[in-house]
Write a protein that binds this ligand. Sequence first.
Ligand code: DX5
Length: 221
Amino acid sequence: MIHIAPSILSADFLRLGEQVQEAENAGVDRVQVDVMDGRFVPNITFGSSTLRALRPITKLQLEAHLMVEPPEDFIERIAHGGADTIIVHQEATPHLHRCVQHIHSLGKKAGVALTPSTPAAMLTEILYDLQLVLVMTVNPGFGGQEFIAETLLKVRQVRELIRARDMNCEVEVDGGINIETAPRCIEAGADVLVAGTAVFDHKDGVAAAVRELLAVCGKIA
Ligand code: DX5
């Protein structure tokens, strides 16, 4: 099963709730909220208040992608804000295992994100505890960037690590995902596609964009 996770980073912030509901009606099961602190990445975006605003208006799973350091300082308030899944960057803390434990203690699903230069092997000691691995296919911080094709090998490696452990862990890709790059990611082993620009900047609107992505993925999955 392939999942599309629209990233609200590229949404029209004056119509955020409306666009999230459009995505929900189009059949996605989640949206991704990119939390950026201007320190781990050179950009500042949303916090727990955006999650609190979205929580009551949608039944979608809310995935919080924490591009912050240290993530330890944010996990609690992001969880209480309404996130269902909290994704922390392997590069942002020396205490990744403790972060994942903390996320689980709050009743949330835990994911770990890897920037393009971080090898899949950095997951081996934490993978058992994860519900999701996010392979960044761009350098984190901004939407609308060019897909980094070299990251496809890492997608394969992560999928193989999961298969070898007979685990049920999602492989998510994020950055430059569109109708051209999506099938390549699926073929490499991804089953969750984060898409911001391809969804919210689509000429025919959110629903058409989601349908187009699912159709293209359906040919591969
Ligand atoms: C990068 C962000 C983006 C965003 C999606 O830090 O995480 O990848 O979600 O961006 P697009 O789909 O516009 O490349």
